[in-house]
Write a protein that binds this ligand. Structure first.
Ligand code: FES
Length: 109
């Protein structure tokens, strides 16, 4: 299985680069690597909005569009969502996303 490198930049500007597997979500990979800035209280069932990330260019444009359910949950993020905001439990990683960079909000609660 191919390894996908993901960089998560926390609110203090520290970069965390983790290795993920194709087919897992960015949230799952972040939780497995104990990334503090991802809470993921609901375990990936689109019920908490505590896995909020801001996807950086050019990765944002490469993602599948946001589902209606994900868009609805983005109204409940602790830090106000913007056009780059996604819920990382909905971002399934594939080889084409190797190198993806996201920023983490200052809080998820
Ligand atoms: S983990 Fe709860 S909405 Fe993503």
């Amino acid at each position: 299985m191919s390894t996908i490198h993901c960089t998560l930049i926390d609110a203090s500007g520290t970069e965390h680069t983790i290795e993920a597997q194709a087919g897992e979500s960015l949230m799952q990979a972040a939780v497995r690597h104990d990334i503090d800035g991802i809470a993921a209280d609901c375990g990936g069932t689109l019920a908490c909005a505590t896995c909020h990330v801001r996807v950086q260019t050019p990765w944002l444009e490469q993602l599948p569009s946001t589902s209606d359910d994900e868009r609805a949950m983005l109204d409940f993020t602790a830090e106000t969502a913007d056009a780059s905001s996604r819920l990382s439990c909905q971002l399934v990683l594939s080889e084409s996303l190797d190198g993806i960079v996201v920023r983490l909000p200052s809080t998820q609660h």
